[in-house]
Design a protein. Structure first.
Length: 99
């Protein structure tokens, strides 16, 4: 058996350094888990509010390319047009229904 395959601590400072490294990894794992849990709570909250979102064809987005000449240069871009319908009356009717 060769001696280079075994790992021995040669000083107390090396042991303390490794201990601090593993504590840092533990703390980062806990912080990451808490952040992931908070993101999942936020996602559930947003999903609950979008449950009554209207997905009818009256909601639309159209994208059109945009080309024009400005002085001596050509300008390109994308034009986005959003079309919404006012569905506040339908939403109020849904609230009044008995389920």
């Amino acid at each position: 058996m060769s001696n280079d395959t075994k790992s021995y601590y040669t000083s107390v400072s090396q042991l303390a350094s490794d201990r601090d490294t593993y504590r840092r990894y533990r703390d980062l794992s806990i912080a990451g888990s808490v952040a992931l849990y908070a993101i999942s709570i936020l996602d559930a909250y947003v999903d609950a509010h979008l449950r009554t979102f209207d997905l009818s064809p009256d909601l639309s987005v159209t994208a059109k390319p945009l080309f024009y000449k400005n002085n001596a240069t050509f300008v390109t871009g994308v034009s986005l047009n959003f079309n919404f319908k006012n569905n506040r009356s339908q939403y109020n009717q849904l609230l009044k229904k008995d389920f």
